[in-house]
Ligand binder design. Structure first.
Ligand SMILES: Cc1cc2nc3c(=O)[nH]c(=O)nc-3n(C[C@H](O)[C@H](O)[C@H](O)COP(=O)(O)OP(=O)(O)OC[C@H]3O[C@@H](n4cnc5c(N)ncnc54)[C@H](O)[C@@H]3O)c2cc1C
Length: 377
């Protein structure tokens, strides 16, 4: 049987679901997801913290723009965010990076404060404040811990409420012209607009469709979870990150999670943590804190998929009518999703660029695929 739609979306992660919720207001949306549930890959493996200590200027503008959505979600969404401080730390070598990050964060946020050792201990008593460890810190008191389940389910509900469909267990295995998609299950789907929101697989989906790939790179990131000392109640601790990409740590249901902020190239797939990356995470926790990772209770890895300039991509493929890219969300796909979905909606419909996006310093040329080296020849 063939199912027809105005917009056919491949990928049930945050990218596909968020743009689906917007496009469903303009026509029939059908979203197909290979796995048996949405959010199985990167979107379900994120630590879902929104902060300004990641990405370049465009990503920070997308992050800032998206905050309003998280703090005052539209109808159909449960609460999406809890305010939680983001504490950035530096050793001597990281000091210039900390100063620069503080300057950048202040440009986007008010609640930013430089901290001495005593004030920093108020947020995280386990910091190792020493000449060879933490020598400086600042806090952004209004970081946001996002609820990934509420976010993904809210978008899925919005699609369905507008008459759209989210079909799981439907892996696209062949793509014909304008756009006829064959699923592994035997079902076919047709739409004049095909949105490629396939995360780490997005280039492979393009190749299946005979469209030039963007040159996306999936990079693996590792998380470990461990028990804090029995006498420490960590539930209100902040998100703690070194000023350069070296280590981060955050409370997780009474335990602590940590990452070595690794970026190892990997193939699209069910990413698994590597023993060495887990050991590096544990070591780096002990470098910057008084904590010792005695037993890892839980671990996972996921893929963060980047375009060459590390800015997410939305827009029609220059070489294929009706083939729309929404890819390269890297390590910020959740915290930028509301802005990227609004951008993708405007570009997919060929609508005027929203004033609010322009006021936030965002222009289509930053986001469209044409900017990438894949199209420079
Ligand atoms: C450890 C870790 C920590 C992170 N922390 C944060 C954070 O704190 N804040 C933040 O904003 N971001 C964070 N991220 C990044 C964030 O998770 C990603 O940017 C985001 O999830 C990407 O979403 P996506 O929808 O593009 O990809 P995905 O969630 O991977 O979705 C793509 C979907 O496409 C489906 N698909 C692929 N091929 C096909 C096909 N042929 N047919 C049908 N379906 C197909 C896949 O099954 C998959 O479900 C983190 C990522 C990791 C791994």
């Amino acid at each position: 049987m063939t199912k027809t739609a105005d917009f056919l979306i491949i990928g049930g992660g945050v990218a596909g679901l968020s743009v689906g919720a917007r496009l469903a207001q303009h026509g029939k949306v059908v979203l197909i997801e290979a796995e048996d549930a949405v959010g199985y890959h990167s979107s379900g493996r994120s630590v879902t913290f929104s902060h300004f200590g990641i990405g370049g200027a465009t990503v920070r503008a997308l992050t800032a723009y998206s905050r309003a959505f998280f703090q005052s979600p539209p109808d159909g969404f449960d609460a999406l965010a809890a305010v939680r401080p983001a504490l950035f730390i530096a050793n001597q070598a990281m000091l210039p990076a900390l100063d620069e990050l503080e300057r950048i964060t202040r440009a986007h946020a008010d609640a930013v404060e430089r901290l001495d050792a005593q004030a920093a201990a108020h947020y995280c008593p386990a910091l190792r404040w020493a000449p060879d460890a933490v020598v400086a810190a600042f806090v952004h008191r209004e970081g946001l811990k996002l609820d990934p389940h509420a976010l993904l389910q809210g978008f899925a509900r919005t699609i369905r409420a507008a008459g759209g469909e989210v079909v799981t267990g439907a892996r696209a295995v062949a793509i014909g012209p304008r756009w006829r998609v064959q699923a592994e299950s035997g079902e076919t789907y047709e739409a004049p607009v095909l949105v490629n929101a396939a995360g780490a697989w997005a280039d492979r989906v393009a190749e299946m469709a005979g469209v030039r790939p963007l040159g996306l790179t999936p990079l693996r990131r590792t998380i470990i979870v461990f028990d804090p000392p029995a006498e420490m109640d960590v539930r209100d601790w902040p998100f703690v990150k070194t000023a350069v990409d070296y280590m981060y740590m955050m409370p997780d249901s009474g335990r602590l999670l940590a990452s070595p902020v690794d970026e190892n190239p990997d193939d699209p797939g069910d990413a698994q943590p590597d023993e060495l990356d887990m050991a590096v995470a544990a070591h780096r926790v002990s470098e910057f804190t008084t904590l010792e990772v005695r037993r890892i209770t839980h671990r996972w890895a996921g893929l963060r998929t980047f375009a060459a300039d590390r800015v997410p991509v939305a827009g029609y493929a220059p070489d294929a009518d009706g083939f729309f890219w929404l890819a390269g969300q890297g390590g910020y796909g959740l915290q930028t999703a509301p802005a990227m979905a609004e951008i993708a909606e405007a570009l997919a419909l060929g609508a005027a660029w929203p004033d609010a996006l322009a006021a936030a310093g965002l222009v289509p040329e930053q986001i469209r695929p044409e900017r990438l080296p894949a199209f420079s020849t």
